[in-house]
Design a protein around this ligand. Structure first.
Ligand code: SF4
Length: 391
């Protein structure tokens, strides 16, 4: 029996989809993925690289209005940007969405554009992984052009993958060979990326892509001489590959409208699951992930003194929405944003209902109180208060 699209887990739906479409051709897998109820809201992610035109063409035949996410790392070759425009026009693709790291994020972490020299993981995290994770938060599934022949990390690819129990990833070309790709491009007279003819069979960012000699592995020109095969937007063995920016760090500076201070909360934090066991505690603080469902705390908010919401990256805005929802549910206790929140986001945090932010000593050093203070007059920017004439 087919799993219920609304209640079945991602893992169950992926197993079912792989069984049902096991012997299908790439076009059939793509077509079914775009129409199957158990897949949900879907987008294609395309680099508009050397082989991207194959899937883009298939998509244009089935539904040219499907959302396509194009990650502009601001480090791409000029030729890629031009090619992206040309291919979209040629195929009549009507919903190409260019996504980038925010200006604030780049200014905070890579102001000189040289991060790729010291840490390609951190640079990919900043310029690819985080913007894509944000963009994909609106989708249940995404389509990629990955193929088994592209290296050992992709050697066992299935058509459908479980991405961290949150989304389905679809690889219609998983079983294609290099000849299949070439034949499709030739038979359909599709435009080639201009750098292919110049010796680039795999094309990423300009600083991290080099020419490939005849006979070399086509992907050997990507991060050449580095122990790196993936940019971080794909899972390996079920875990997302993350760079140093997102790693857990000690957090002990508390930012409020009054300035920097130390954490005055001395009791342990707990989780919603453990809440029942702590119901006799004199005071309660709860840690919530940014994607937590606030419904787990329905009916329990009166007994909670503080809720601390984790911000896994400065470009992840889900914590702001979660804070607003908790306030709308009637939570009147302390609300703290913990993690990767930067000074530019302080006004947004306060407007969302947070009273304080918990940051690392390193961030506090990079962004001293003066930078936060400028946003501590957050009510000046509160349009709702302005409309009410309160400010
Ligand atoms: S491929 Fe290179 S330049 Fe592009 S995001 Fe990754 S490290 Fe940065």
């Amino acid at each position: 029996m087919q799993p219920d699209p609304f209640t079945a887990s991602v893992a169950d739906r992926v197993t079912d989809l792989n069984e049902r479409y096991l012997n299908h051709a790439a076009q059939a897998v793509l077509k079914r993925a775009l129409t199957d109820d158990t897949v949900g809201r879907i987008a294609m992610v395309s680099s508009f690289g050397a082989e991207s035109v194959v899937l883009l063409h298939m998509l244009s035949v089935i539904n040219p209005a499907t959302p396509i996410l194009f990650i502009d790392t601001q480090m791409l070759f000029e030729e890629t940007l031009t090619y992206q425009q040309e291919v979209a026009a040629h195929l009549g693709l009507t919903d190409v969405r260019t996504i980038r790291a925010t200006r604030e994020a780049v200014a905070a972490h890579d102001p000189d554009g040289l991060l790729h020299k010291s840490s390609t993981d951190a640079c990919c995290d900043l310029r690819k992984t985080v913007p894509l994770e944000n963009a994909l938060s609106n989708f249940d599934a995404w389509i990629t052009g990955r193929k088994r022949f592209q290296g050992k990390t992709r050697a066992t690819l299935d058509f459908f993958e479980n991405e961290g129990d949150t989304r389905i990833k679809i690889n219609p070309l998983a079983h294609w060979t290099p000849d299949d790709v070439q034949d499709y491009i030739i038979n359909n007279r599709l435009p080639r990326h201009p750098l292919v003819a110049k010796g680039y069979p795999s094309i990423g960012c300009a600083p991290c892509t080099s020419r490939v000699a005849p006979g070399e592995d086509p992907r050997s020109g990507r991060w050449r001489d580095q122990d790196k095969e993936e940019c971080g937007i794909h899972f390996i063995n079920g875990k997302v590959v993350r760079g140093p920016i997102l790693k857990e760090e000690p957090m002990n500076i508390i930012v409020t409208d009054q300035g920097f201070g130390q954490d005055d909360w001395t009791l342990a934090y707990t989780t919603p699951d453990e809440l029942a066991d702590n119901s006799d505690a004199p005071a309660l603080a709860i840690d919530l992930a940014s994607d937590a469902d606030p419904a787990v705390l329905a009916g329990k908010l009166d007994g909670i003194d503080m809720i601390r919401i984790d911000f896994p990256s400065f470009a992840d805005g889900r914590g702001f929405t979660l804070a607003r929802r908790l306030r709308l549910m009637g939570f009147n206790g302390r609300l703290r944003a913990k993690g990767h929140v930067i000074a530019d986001q302080y006004a947004m945090a306060r407007r969302s209902g947070f009273e304080e932010v918990e940051i690392t000593p390193e961030l506090a050093e990079r962004q001293p109180w003066d930078q936060w203070k400028a946003r501590a007059t957050w009510q000046d920017h509160d349009y709702q208060n302005r409309l009410r004439g309160a400010v």
